[in-house]
Write a protein that binds this ligand. Structure first.
Ligand SMILES: [Zn+2]
Length: 611
């Protein structure tokens, strides 16, 4: 681990800082006994379930299960990286951050990144200035005005115009000491080799209105340009570079990150103009993917803010296809998906021009689920005449229905299909479940099914609506999950029990990597974990939840024994096939360490002659 800041310093900041004071800047806290309570800033609620514990310097919300320490609070609330949160707290208490020497490679990379940011900021200012204040920008301004976009929106989205010339940006930035090579490196200019082997550069964006792509903090990171006439390409975007990946960003997120949390869902749209129009109409949760099909990274980004998504793509054929693809990706991430339909408009922008905001709101209240949407699309072209037709249709929808984690929701879809198709609920369920068995390798193992139910129960009772993004976790047996938590709760209170656990269970028994980490690092050296922001947040969050478990410490001995026994028992019952299935899931989720651990176990079991 390569830490930029010494752990002593972090510990010192933590000692000096007061979590109640810091959180009070964001949340009205009331004292209740030893703790403080308030309305959770991470989900909307009317009665307080957000708790701050000054003794442990941790917070935890019983509503949305967000939790952590002072740093994770600021990271989440203000969108800061760990180092930034640390700086902020340190600054507040008059402490200065000692900087470690960076390696030359790191220094180079950091310098390049800040240069990239600086140049994008200058470019955004230039395009914006051309649009608003220079004669060459008049066509652009007329274009936006014609579409009902006023000065305020132009400011909020930092809209701009690239003039109709080859060297507008190149010249402008030359005054600031930016070489054309640099602009080309960051995708803002294009390099051209002429016949005499001479190299020249020209502006990438010419004669286009500019949609500045801003990161979550509102800093420009790329641009999208649209032509004013019918020339092609209609849209031109910044290319992928070392620092910009369009699949990891969303248009409008600088405003929507807050809006989504406030209303509890994201409104996922297709285009720049849709996003602007929706935001302008007061739908502050509107975002768009950047001219590409929705990616897994974008789905995860959205999941950070809320567990529910409403898709409002174009109503044409391409839009329907895009909705179907996006839906699958979002379903894989365990998100609740609704689809917005516009019968008489091609997209949200047009809808908002034709109709009132109230009518748009009404549409949002009458969305359909993704599975209903897919059903409607499937039957639109091929009417169902025979029973085999209907069975075929159910089989097409089954994979999506099986991805739904809630048993109640799943049954809702089965009922919907039974009503739509005029079949009994049993018949529909039978068809769907028969597919589970087939896809799971024809084992007909009843344990798998009970395990699935277990997971759903867990989701409903304990982690529903939270953004726990560990794919792995959804495959953890509920009993094991609880047992691991209980073991850790006991150890955090009394580390002397660690040996007992280590003696009885082998090191790899932890199903959740966060749990393993906590076991190995807490409570003794609790700060050895700042190598990665999202990992830090995950661990803090687990910790906060574990600390909130109330257990009877007088019976710690017995509880610990029970938990160890349960874990051993579950492990014994798992067949090799179960392990293989889990391994594939882990591989798909990118958790190679987890997959390898399982592979090892499978190998050992096979050696022992087990099946
Ligand atoms: Zn909450």
């Amino acid at each position: 681990m390569d830490h930029k800041i010494s752990e002593d310093f972090i510990e010192e900041v933590r000692r000096q800082a007061d979590i109640v004071e810091i959180i009070s800047e964001h949340v009205v806290l009331k004292r209740t006994g030893k703790n403080y309570q308030g309305l959770c800033p991470f989900h909307s609620e009317k009665t307080p379930s957000f708790n701050v514990n000054p003794d442990r310097q941790m917070f935890y919300c019983f509503g949305c299960h967000t939790g952590g320490n002072i740093f994770s609070f600021l990271m989440k609330k203000e969108g800061l990286a760990f180092i930034e949160a640390l700086k902020k707290v340190a600054g507040k208490y008059g402490m200065e951050l000692p900087e470690r020497e960076l390696s030359s490679e790191e220094r180079k990379n950091e310098a390049q990144r800040s240069r990239w940011r600086e140049i994008h900021e200058w470019a955004a200012c230039y395009y914006h200035d051309v649009l608003l204040h220079r004669p060459e920008g008049q066509d652009g301004l007329a274009y936006f005005e014609h579409r009902g976009i006023g000065p305020e929106v132009i400011q909020d989205f930092r809209l701009g115009f690239a003039p109709d010339r080859w060297d507008g940006l190149i010249r402008e930035l030359a005054d600031k000491g930016v070489a054309p090579e640099e602009l080309a490196e960051f995708g803002l200019a294009v390099r051209r080799e002429t016949s005499e082997q001479e190299i020249s550069y020209y502006d990438r964006f010419r004669n286009r209105v500019i949609y500045t792509i801003l990161d979550v903090k509102g800093a420009p990171i790329a641009f999208g340009g649209r032509v004013l006439d019918d020339s092609t390409p209609k849209y031109l975007n910044s290319p992928e570079t070392k620092f910009f990946h369009k699949g990891r960003n969303l248009y409008g997120i600088h405003l929507a990150s807050r809006g989504i949390r406030e209303v509890g869902y994201s409104l996922l749209l297709e285009g720049y103009m849709d996003t602007i129009a929706a935001q302008r109409a007061g739908f502050t949760n509107a975002v768009a993917s950047l001219g590409t099909a929705l990616t897994k990274d974008q789905a995860r980004l959205l999941k950070k803010y809320a567990g529910k998504i409403v898709i409002g793509y174009d109503s044409d054929k391409a839009g329907i296809q895009a909705t179907l693809r996006a839906g699958e990706i979002l379903l894989d991430e365990g998100l609740n998906i609704q689809v917005l339909l516009f019968e008489d408009a091609k997209d949200p922008d047009e809808f908002l021009k034709k109709h009132t905001v109230a009518e748009f709101r009404k549409k949002l209240e009458n969305t359909i689920t993704f599975i209903e949407f897919k059903y409607k699309m499937l039957i639109r072209d091929t009417p169902l005449r025979t029973i085999p037709d209907k069975a075929e249709l159910i089989r097409k929808l089954a994979p999506d229905i099986l991805k739904v984690s809630s048993v109640v929701e799943k049954e809702g879809y089965e009922r919907y299909l039974s009503l739509e198709l005029g079949l009994t609920l049993e018949a529909v369920q039978h068809e769907i479940d028969s597919l589970t068995k087939k896809t799971r390798g024809n084992r007909g193992n009843p344990e798998i099914f009970s395990q699935q139910q277990d997971i759903s129960v867990k989701k409903r009772n304990t982690i529903e609506g939270t953004d726990i993004d560990s794919f792995q976790e959804s495959y953890v047996h509920l009993g094991v999950f609880r047992a691991e938590q209980t073991i850790l709760r006991i150890i955090l209170e009394n580390p002397n029990y660690k040996n007992q656990v280590a003696d009885n269970l082998d090191k790899e028994f932890w199903r959740l990597q966060e749990h393993k980490f906590i076991f190995e690092n807490f409570p003794e050296n609790s700060l050895n974990l700042i190598d990665n922001d999202s990992w830090y947040e995950k661990v803090q969050r687990r910790l906060a939840e574990i600390y909130e478990l109330s257990i009877d410490f007088d019976k710690a001995d017995m509880l610990l024994k029970d938990c160890i026994a349960l874990i051993k028992e579950t492990k014994k019952k798992e067949t090799i096939e179960d392990l293989q299935a889990k391994m594939i899931l882990l591989e798909k989720s990118g958790d190679m360490t987890g997959a390898l651990a399982l592979l090892q176990e499978i190998g050992e079991r096979l050696k022992r002659g087990e099946k």
